[in-house]
Design a protein around this ligand. Structure first.
Ligand code: FAD
Ligand code: A2P
Length: 281
């Protein structure tokens, strides 16, 4: 059982036995909140009974604005589709219309969640392959937090490689703990054993593993470090989620390996989604 699941169960049984009934249309109740740094937090909310989604998809969530209208933003669902609750991993933009407020939510609060999941980071958008690479910067790890916890990922691929890069080590912690808990999970632990490769790097703080994802792919360092063959279109499939600049640069690297961008309507070798719109906080 993962730490986040334990957290939810504890929250529901001890602190908040019966989540209050939401008042707003499309409202869900916050069941847990965890702050990772002064710029990052994750939270869990109740899941609408009717909500079905494919791991990797995003939904629109938000709060009531001061003008009485919903203030909504796109958010990747970070929890897997089998989970009874929904998890999100969020940036805190100090003057951001939504996250300047969202960062203060606590257990029992309501958020708005439009139950219409969409997105390109789904298994259906890729041709079958041997290895799947998840490439993320910053909060771009959110869709992969879902996909890494989905048994389908391990049924479809022999190897699953999670490359996550942030400026500093503290920003990697959500992903690091998620992977650690996954390895210890009673149900999924066995499935990921020997299959899940986690390759976190920093770029602005000295740590054991450093460097941009683009550089570690282009130089071949990641293949050497993990004992994997260089990326090739016959065997490797890739999902990308990061800043606009990262997405553009990594696409060029993937095309250099001979991979082509696919979509739900035309599955190929890689797919891309923006982690956010804009060029940084
Ligand atoms: P906004 O006005 O939306 O943004 C202000 C500025 O903050 C942006 O111009 C950008 O420079 C910066 N910024 C916004 N989001 C981020 C971010 N995630 N990382 C770094 N800088 C950022 N955000 C999440 O935190 N988690 C998610 O899972 C997530 N999934 C998304 C999925 C999609 C498909 C898209 C398009 C965006 C996603 N976002 C996610 C971004 C999210 O929609 C909002 O932009 C974010 O919550 C900030 O909202 P805001 O109203 O406070 O500020
Ligand atoms: P760097 O520190 O070298 O800029 P940000 O916080 O700016 O969104 O960046 C998150 C991570 O993504 C950082 O480690 C950053 O490295 C890296 N990054 C930013 N832009 C690119 C890019 N164009 N190509 C590869 N990595 C990038």
């Amino acid at each position: 059982m993962t730490e986040s699941m334990t957290l939810t169960k504890a929250t529901q049984t001890e602190a908040n036995p019966k989540p209050a009934k939401p008042h707003l249309p499309d409202a869900q109740i916050v069941t847990a909140v965890k702050h990772w740094t002064d710029k990052l937090f994750s939270f869990r909310v109740t899941r609408p009974k009717s909500l079905r989604f494919r791991s990797g998809e995003f939904v629109m969530i938000g709060l009531m604005g001061d003008n009485g209208k919903p203030l909504l933003r796109a958010y990747s669902i970070a929890s897997p589709n089998w989970d009874e609750a929904l998890e999100f991993y969020s940036i805190k933009v100090q003057d951001g219309p939504l996250t300047s407020k969202l960062q203060h939510i606590k257990e029992g609060d309501e958020i708005i969640l439009r139950p219409k999941p969409v997105g390109t980071l789904v298994h259906d958008a890729l041709l079958p392959g041997k290895r799947i690479w998840f490439l993320a910067t910053g909060t771009g790890i959110a869709p992969f937090a879902s996909l890494m916890r989905d048994p389908e990922t391990y049924e479809k691929y022999d190897s699953v490689i999670m490359m996550h890069t942030c400026r500093e080590a503290a920003e990697l912690e959500y992903g690091r703990q998620l992977v650690e808990n996954l390895r210890e999970d009673e149900l999924i632990g066995e499935m990921v054993e020997g299959k899940l490769f986690y390759y976190p790097t920093t770029t602005r703080e000295d740590t054991a593993q450093m460097g941009r994802i683009t550089d570690n792919l282009s130089s071949g360092k990641v293949f050497a470090d993990l004992g994997l063959p260089p990326m090739n279109p016959a065997e490797d499939r890739v999902m990308v989620c990061g800043s606009m600049a990262f997405n553009i640069d990594v696409k060029a690297v993937l095309e250099g390996f001979g991979l082509r961008e696919g979509a739900n309507s035309e599955p190929l070798e890689y797919v891309v989604e923006k982690a956010f719109v804009g060029e940084g906080v």
